[in-house]
Design a protein around this ligand. Structure first.
Ligand code: FES
Length: 106
């Protein structure tokens, strides 16, 4: 069992199976998270800011490496559809991809 704490959603804790993408863990816990390309690694709208536990997110995928090279993905960001969760991490939804119907605490 792995855990993601979403810091700017009142530090909501969600759990899932080890090796699942962060996006899958969000969805399995009824958290809506932007994912414009449907989780195929072809956009950056699912990005999450990693606050703690970056080592619990597996290695960068090819898509993430590409976006890092073009500066569309910062060093502290991962794509939720690509990052495989292997432990506990703390993340934030970035300002630019917050959903209008989802409640955020900051
Ligand atoms: S949903 Fe498009 S890259 Fe993750």
């Amino acid at each position: 069992m792995v855990k993601i704490v979403i810091e700017n959603m009142a530090r909501k804790e969600v759990t899932g199976k080890a090796g699942s993408s962060a996006l899958r863990v969000f969805h399995e816990n009824y958290i809506d998270w932007m994912h414009a390309c449907g989780g195929k690694g072809r956009c950056t709208t699912c990005k999450m800011i990693v606050v703690r536990g970056a080592d619990a997110l597996g290695p960068l995928t090819d898509a993430e490496t590409r976006y890092r090279a073009t500066a569309e993905l910062a060093g502290t960001e991962r794509l939720a559809c690509q990052a495989k969760v292997t432990g506990e991490c703390h993340v934030r939804a970035p300002e630019e991809y917050k959903l209008p119907h989802q409640a955020y605490t900051d």
